[in-house]
Structures are given as structure tokens and as C-alpha cells.
Design a protein around this ligand. Structure first.
Ligand code: ASP
Ligand code: MG
Length: 421
């Protein structure tokens, strides 16, 4: 069995969905499990809906209508009025979403509410896709991934409960998958109270890897709008090169530094089960793309990864004592509690400096809490972090300098990092 994952860009309109159906149609139904993300930029749009809902903003209705309109226009292009059953299924999902928005009992915790709402992007896209596949005559079964991917309750960044997940997938999904083409949602799972959880932004790749590992798939393929894994994002760097082969370890490092082509958690489960990962273009389907597998050799080409919206935190203790082990423990405990990801860090006698991603709901309370705990925190926003994997150092530094003023530079193992103002 093969796992195919299609991201938002591949299903961004009716044309895209037809193309995805064409790619899937090239395989036998019983050989494929499809994981799909929300259509286009729906998750971003639903994030605004969450915000408007949580803070009782007046634009809530307008935002919701816009998400609905985008989807219903696609539905109109794909289905005829006689496909009422399919259309009803999709409209019902919007009704469910509206109930959640109106149910104030669900509005107490931001991250919890977020997970209950944004996942409608995936629920709706997977319904549209599976209905369309059925309509084209493929033996398709839509399944709710929450019945299979079991997580803890760390909302927006839930951790998979592997034992239970693996058991349920083997016992209940494998028999179905052997018979039918399965279509399911990426990005989401079920928490301990039966609530919806998410695996973190762009988490659908990870979902594909979870299904792949638990089903013992022969491969996982991520279909993208780029020819495969490139050594840099072509929207930002020129020229770029396709990396036709990558070891799991290279891929893990690239993803960890923020190469957005693969979600960082995706590779580990595949590596553990020795399942190859293919990254291929859904536009140029003759191109074999990138193969990620267990191998010895490491890539030689320098890879450039740019992360924007970085904050620099400079933390010292208010009594001017050294930043020692106990301080570091207190700091990291709080980073973990607030789910703030530290991208690079440096520690000197009296100052700890780190670059973190901009996440308002997480790090503003973090800074307040650190201050309460007796730290002095200086924060600088609007920075960029350039990470270069397998760098030629001089060239990498020049690249960073061409982007602005370097305010922090660091080399660790096979990578150089530049924080740029
Ligand atoms: N739709 C989710 C997101 O945009 C998950 C994914 O695309 O992987 O973050
Ligand atoms: Mg997406």
C-alpha cells in the first residue's frame, strides 16, 4: 500500500481537485490511502475565524461567509445539482462548524477552540475530494482520521499516542484499506476526552507518515507544487537545485531548520520503519522528484533556509547574577509550557540570547511570566533567520549580509545560522 499526501496547493480549486483525481486514478483503489490538507489557504482563513470567535470580533460572520463561498464555488464546479447527497454532506459540515462557533462553552481556551475550528478545513476538503472520486467511479471510502490518530491534549501541537494509534490503525483501518481507496484528513487527531486536536501547522505530512508507519506502507509520497526537495525556496532564492536523493538524516536536519517542504516530525516514523518518502510535483507528474531513504552519503550542495518573523530575546537575571543551570532550567521549563520553539540560542555569563518564532498568543504571556520569575527580558521583533546546511562559510555569510545586518551568528555541526535585522 502507498500513502499519497496532497497539500492545500494541490486542491486549491476545482481544476486542482480534478488533477489530484487523475493522479490517484493511475493506481489501483486498494493500493492507496490519501491524506489531504485543507483547500488552498483555508487554514489561514480559519485562524482568523478562531480569533474573531474568541475575541468576539464583529467580522466573524464575514470571515466565515468568505470561507464558505470559496468552498461552495468549488463544489458547484465539481458537482451537478443532481449530486445532492454529496452537496448536503459538505453543507452539513458548515452547519456543524457554525454550532461550534455559537457554543460559548467551547470558547474558554484559545488553543482548544483553535483545534475544534481549524480542522473543518481538512474535514471539508476531504469530503469534497472523496465525493468527487466516488463520482468518477473510484471505490472510495472517506474516513475520519480522529478515529485512528490518538493524541494527548497539547492543543495545536498534540503528541501522538503511538501504541494506541498503531493498534487501532492495524485492527480497524488495515482491513478497510485493503479493499478500498481511503481518503482521510491530515493534521488532526483525537484527544483524551474525544475532542479534536491538531498536530501543528503543516502537520498533514506527519499524518501521512503516521498512517504509513502504522499500515506498514511500501512508500509515502508528498505531492507538491515544486519538483521535489530543492536546496532553497525558489520563491526566495535563485537559482535552486533539485536534490534527487536525500538520506533520512539530511531530511530531518533540513526540516528541523525550517525547510518548509517537509514537516519536521515526518521523517522519524518513516526512518524507524524504513519506509521511503517521495516528494514529487503534482504538476509535472513524469518527474520522479526526490527520494528520501536510508543511505550513507550526505548532500554536498549548500541548502538555504530562511525563516521570517523572528524575535530575539535577551534574558538576564534581575539581580545581575550569572545565568547558571538553575536559571536555564527555569527558562526552558517556561519555553516548553508556552510551546515556544527556540531556533538558536547562545549563553554567556550574564545573558541568555535566543531566536524564537513570532507567535503572539504564546510568547507575550511567556515574556510576562519570565519577568514575574525575576528575569529581565529584552525583545526585538521583525528579524530573519537564515540557516545554511552544509555551508561554504564565506558564501553563506555574504548571502546573509546581502539580506541585512547580522546580529547573531552561529555554527553547529553541519549548519551555519545568521540572525538578520
Ligand atoms: N492545513 C494545515 C495547515 O495549513 C495542515 C497542512 O496543510 O499540513 O497548516
Ligand atoms: Mg497547508
Amino acid at each position: 500500500m502507498k500513502i499519497y499526501k496532497f497539500g492545500g496547493a494541490s486542491v486549491k480549486n476545482a481544476e486542482g481537485i480534478k488533477n489530484v483525481a487523475r493522479i490517484i486514478g493511475l493506481e489501483q483503489e486498494a493500493d492507496i490511502l490519501v491524506v489531504v490538507s485543507a483547500i488552498g489557504k483555508t487554514t489561514n482563513a480559519l485562524e482568523l475565524v478562531v480569533d474573531a470567535c474568541f475575541y468576539n470580533k464583529s467580522e466573524l460572520n464575514e470571515l466565515l461567509v468568505s470561507v464558505k463561498t470559496t468552498h461552495l464555488e468549488i463544489v458547484k464546479e465539481l458537482f451537478d445539482p443532481s449530486d445532492v447527497m454529496f452537496i448536503n454532506d459538505i453543507e452539513n459540515l458548515f452547519l456543524e462548524l457554525e454550532c461550534i462557533l455559537e457554543n460559548e462553552q467551547l470558547h474558554e481556551d484559545y488553543d482548544f477552540l483553535y483545534d475544534q475550528i481549524v480542522t473543518y478545513g481538512e474535514l471539508i476538503s476531504s469530503r469534497i475530494l472523496s465525493s468527487y472520486l466516488l463520482k468518477t467511479g473510484l471505490r472510495t471510502q472517506w474516513i475520519d482520521s480522529r478515529n485512528f490518530i490518538i493524541t494527548d491534549n497539547r492543543y495545536r501541537d498534540a503528541r501522538v499516542q503511538w501504541e494506541e494509534t498503531e493498534r487501532i490503525i492495524k485492527n480497524r483501518l488495515l482491513p478497510l484499506a485493503r479493499k478500498n481507496l481511503i481518503v482521510t484528513q491530515g493534521f488532526m487527531g483525537r484527544g483524551p476526552m474525544g475532542e479534536t486536536t491538531t498536530l501543528g501547522r503543516e502537520g498533514s505530512d506527519y499524518s501521512a507518515a503516521i498512517f504509513g508507519k502504522c499500515l506498514g506502507a511500501e512508500s509515502v509520497t508528498i505531492w507538491k507544487d515544486v519538483p521535489g526537495v530543492l536546496n532553497a525556496d525558489p520563491k526566495r532564492f535563485n537559482p535552486t537545485h533539485l536534490l534527487t536523493e536525500l538520506t533520512y538524516n539530511d531530511a530531518i536536519e533540513l526540516a528541523y531548520y525550517g525547510a518548509s517542504v517537509i514537516h519536521p516530525k515526518t521523517i522519524q516514523p518513516l526512518k524507524a520503519a524504513k519506509i521511503p518518502l517521495f516528494v514529487r510535483s503534482f504538476i509535472d507528474t513524469d518527474n520522479p522528484g526526490t527520494r528520501v531513504f536510508e543511505g550513507e552519503h550526505r548532500i554536498q550542495t549548500p541548502c538555504f533556509i530562511l525563516k521570517e518573523f523572528q524575535w530575539l530575546l535577551e534574558i538576564s537575571s534581575s539581580d545581575f547574577t550569572f545565568i547558571a543551570e538553575d536559571h536555564l532550567r527555569d527558562l526552558f521549563e517556561r519555553f516548553s509550557t508556552y510551546k515556544v520553539r527556540v531556533n538558536i540560542m547562545q549563553n554567556s555569563a550574564i545573558r541568555f540570547r535566543c531566536a524564537i518564532d513570532h507567535k503572539e498568543h504564546q510568547h507575550i504571556p511567556l515574556i510576562q511570566e519570565l519577568e514575574k520569575a525575576g528575569f529581565v527580558v529584552k525583545a526585538q521583533a521583525g528579524l530573519k533567520l537564515l540557516s545554511v546546511y552544509q555551508p561554504q562559510l564565506q558564501e553563506a555569510r555574504e548571502k546573509a549580509q546581502s539580506m541585512g545586518k547580522i546580529i547573531l551568528e552561529q555554527q553547529v555541526d553541519s549548519a551555519a545560522h545568521f540572525l538578520i535585522a
